[in-house]
Design a protein around this ligand. Structure first.
Ligand SMILES: C[S@@+](CC[C@H](N)C(=O)[O-])C[C@H]1O[C@@H](n2cnc3c(N)ncnc32)[C@H](O)[C@@H]1O
Length: 260
């Protein structure tokens, strides 16, 4: 059991409402921020118990912010816990939030869980997550529930919307104009899907480089086994490699076969 799970099980402070398998996911993605001066925003304050849990888990240097549509949630404010009242699907409200709150290290969307709420919050707040921060959207099972605007493969569900993230993550390799490198491509290092949770980890991500190391021991495929365009390509490549080898050994540069 990790510290969050222990806290949850022993909790006799404000009520926390979480699915039990979430704690392992939280700890996996959040533990590196413990004890640091971080900013955490949780959409969906409810009774305020999860905010108290984050405060205990991350320590005294963490600034915890909560958003809720219920004005009574303001009552759960305490040292290092601040509540902002408004709707997560109100773009103007969210624009005000990012003016008031410093960039987030961690953002957790545990609000109303409708498709509109999750998508609008992502669109307005993801850019305010720090370059090495993490965005976690939970209760994604509502993407399969019609009453929340979801449904299996239903256009506009958060799950369907987020499937495009997979394409954007790989856009450096796209040869099609329809999939250009975006700010998502250059700022996101990984996507982690769990039951009902998507975690998006940010990290500046430049164009990836492919290279080889080691010594070649297996001869190339015999040209006789290749056909058509593959054969022409292989012939040209091998000719180029021979030339590069001759050239670099002449200049003593030690260029190795297959370095490109
Ligand atoms: C599942 S509860 C949050 C549970 C809490 N995070 C916890 O772990 O204990 C969902 C909360 O989202 C709030 N909520 C619902 N719709 C909202 C909206 N449009 N904007 C902001 N908060 C909303 C509700 O008032 C409720 O307090």
């Amino acid at each position: 059991m990790n510290d969050l799970e222990i806290y949850f099980n022993e909790n006799n402070k404000r009520v926390i409402d979480k699915w039990s398998h979430y704690f392992e996911v939280y700890d996996r993605h959040f533990s590196k921020y413990r004890g640091k001066e971080i900013v955490l925003l949780e959409i969906g304050t409810f009774q305020g118990g999860s905010l108290q849990m984050w405060k205990k888990y991350f320590g005294d240097k963490a600034k915890i912010y909560g958003i809720d549509i219920n004005p009574n949630c303001k009552q759960v404010e305490e040292e290092n816990i601040k509540i902002m009242i408004g709707s997560q699907s109100d773009r103007d409200f969210l624009k005000k939030v990012i003016k008031e709150v410093p960039p987030f290290d961690i953002l957790i969307d545990d609000g109303g869980h409708t498709m509109l709420q999750q998508i609008v919050s992502f669109e307005e707040l993801f850019g305010h997550v720090k370059p090495d921060g993490v965005y976690l959207c939970e209760d994604l099972h509502t993407s399969y529930w019609k009453e929340y605007g979801g449904g299996y493969k239903r256009k506009g569900s958060f799950i369907e919307y987020s499937k495009n993230f997979i394409d954007q993550l790989n856009a450096y390799h796209s040869k099609e104009a329809a999939l250009p490198v975006s700010s998502f491509t250059t700022s996101v290092s990984s996507l982690h899907y769990y039951d009902s949770i998507l975690v998006i980890e940010k990290r500046p991500t430049p164009m990836p480089i492919s290279s080889q190391t080691g010594t070649i021991t297996i001869p190339d495929m015999p040209l006789a086994n290749l056909h058509g365009f593959e054969k022409v390509k292989a012939k040209l490549k091998r000719k180029l490699i021979r030339r590069m080898n001759r050239l670099t050994s002449f200049f003593g540069l030690g260029w190795k076969n297959g370095d490109f």
